[in-house]
Design a protein around this ligand. Sequence first.
Ligand SMILES: Nc1nc2c(ncn2[C@@H]2O[C@H](COP(=O)(O)OP(=O)(O)OP(=O)(O)O)[C@@H](O)[C@H]2O)c(=O)[nH]1
Ligand SMILES: [Mg+2]
Length: 502
Amino acid sequence: MIEQQKNRSSKRIYRLILLMLILFLGLLILLLTLQLTESALNIWHLLDQLSPRLLIFYGVGLFLFSLGLFFLIWRLLKPGDSAKQQLPAQRQIPLPEDREAFESALAKADEKGVDVSQARQELYELDQRSKSAERYVAFFGPVSAGKSALIKAITGVEEIQTDPRAGTTKAVEHYHCEIQGQPLIFTDAPGILDSNEARVQVAREEARRAHLVVYVCDAELTRDQHREMVELQTFERPLIVALNKRDRYTDEDLAAIMQRLVSQLPGIDNVVSVQAGGQEELIRIDAEGNEQRALRERPPQVDSLLAEIHNRIDQQSDTLEQQRDQSLLHLGAEKLHTATVEHRKQKGQKLVKEYTHKAMLGAMAAVSPGTDILIQGYLGIKMVGALCELYGIRVKDVDLEQLVEQAGQHVGKRMTLLLALAGNVLKAFPGLGTVTGGATHAVAYGLIFQSLGESVIETLEQGETLEKSVVLDKFEETMSGNLEARAKHFARLTLEQLIKKD
Ligand SMILES: Nc1nc2c(ncn2[C@@H]2O[C@H](COP(=O)(O)OP(=O)(O)OP(=O)(O)O)[C@@H](O)[C@H]2O)c(=O)[nH]1
Ligand SMILES: [Mg+2]
């Protein structure tokens, strides 16, 4: 009773203060309006006495000033900009300075239990390729453009498979050859075909391991091929563009396509046209005037490509070696990053599972109402702290507490609903007598902890910081998604736990 009376009197005081504040503000606005009206009237009076020229000058000045002000306000409030500012910074892939730095990054990740095998393979490739005097030239491009046929024509290796059907080359193959005394290794790789992403990835990676890439095409680039090329160019691979099957075109068409290719590809100012060969049909008329058809191998014309390869290697030998090393280290670093992300994700999910389990047990064991909230709050802080540590992000204890408290406030409004849902789901399990309060709390905390943990992991994966507002938004979203199925899962776990206890 006394408590209620106290509350009522403090509310009355608040209302009184609010009333006085409103009165004061009202008076202030009235005074300001009067003042402004007086000033406006004065200015109007003064303007009335000005010459028309000065009046126009004054008017234009005022108009420009207001325009500038509006522009400034618009710039500041423009939704696009603020939305961009709110976007979390994407985690950049750390690029190792040199081979040693990459090796030590590998060793560190290995110690933490990250699967570094694929990244280490790139280091091995780098070492192997650096030892050899041969220059690697990767043939890359759309399926059936004639990559294998070109390599076959240049190296003379008869076993190389070529076929009009798309997707003939299925794995990377290396072929040794020599151009004007320069030892080379030609890489034949699977062609770019949208339906086989795994093979395309193999080809892309091989292109990133080479000194030089020959992009083989047999026509203008389609939109997808263009996108692929632009992506390849982002890896700064030295590139030669070879237009194959030139026998198919008239000189005029050939020149037009080459011109179009140059304009399609930024940074490319030269395209070589070649002819790997293929078969052509011959029609002979014999002595009796009958037509006789026969297939004949078309002679290859690849000199322009060979000259271009030789020139590039001859002129830029050192830079090609340096660029290749960088490219391989970059590829390795990307693989290490992917492995680290995967490792963290798995470990993070394991942590969330463990803490969710602890929170559920805590809820079941709570002795009096309210104690469960305390235990779970403490566990929540520990879980978020452990996740931040896993992602190498330093967060102050007070920030962790604040985040968990705010998440708690989000949940507070829904707790009754969550407990009702948990109760319903638990009742649906046959053989369970009366559902105890502890069990319903356990299911509710299962949902809460899983949602909080997942939101934190997602946020940490995206940015370098534990952005509270981002976590809370995600938490809100996850808390309302797929609730029933998830509640069933935690109900099953709770029941298992209850059976274990019995
Ligand atoms: N007309 C003509 N046909 C050619 C030429 N070069 C290759 N071909 C034919 O094009 C078809 C595809 O050649 P491949 O060498 O298998 O093409 P690829 O780029 O290696 O194809 P994938 O391995 O599937 O990516 C074959 O039938 C070749 O005979 C050429 O210069 N002119
Ligand atoms: Mg092929």
